[in-house]
Design a protein around this ligand. Sequence first.
Ligand code: MF3
Ligand code: CO
Ligand code: CO
Length: 249
Amino acid sequence: IIIKTEQQIDAIRKSCQLSADALDHIESFVKIGVSTEEINNEIESFIRKYGAIPAPLGYNGFPKAVCTSLNEVICHGIPSEKTILKDGDILNIDVSTILNGYYGDTCRMFLIGNVSEEAKKLVAVARDCLDIGVTQVKPGNQFCQISKSIQNYANLRGYGVVHQFCGHGVGLKFHEEPYVYHSYDGKNFDERLMKPGMIFTIEPMICVGSPDAKIMEDRWTAVTVDGGLSAQWEHTVLVTDDGVEVLTK
Ligand code: MF3
Ligand code: CO
Ligand code: CO
């Protein structure tokens, strides 16, 4: 697991800040009648205006600048002019930037119009799961503490935690060691310790029903096998000397 230098940390911090700014910027555009293609294009022009490149574009052949994952889509949804936001939808927008060669990665949920109580609660619990994961970040803690705390919190409330996708080291590359699991089965877990200068994401995907994912024909879009709703929030975090700095606030 790479320990980043002060100079690398400063550069990654800037990229992370731009990713988060792009999500702030898109907030007022996200409403009923807008297509996920329009959201993609608005975010792409915003980050390019500040000298960054969208990390997903061309990554293992991903065709767009951001991921837009609607309702039962767990992650890696592909923006499309055919996908028009409608009343009651929940939408994840995942922004990853390359600024001066350094990566930032963050996602949030957006509620479209009048959303059901069930969906609102899912989105809130997924948000809590991210926050709980972040509180586990400090030097000397094991990576599996993140997995355990999130799994426990979600299960107590009757939700499933997706195990097929995970958080990841980030900064010099899009995806680096360590791979950070949000689910915990008591058998395979990461006992490695967090150290100051490590940078990684926490990005739990939380489901109403089964947390099992299947990939669609397009080879990217991951949906719940049972069609149940799924929600995700993501931050990039830095382990500091005495705890954590959230880089994508
Ligand atoms: N941003 C996603 C993550 O959180 C990765 C998207 S990969 C892509 O790790 F190719 F779909 F963009
Ligand atoms: Co990520
Ligand atoms: Co992401």
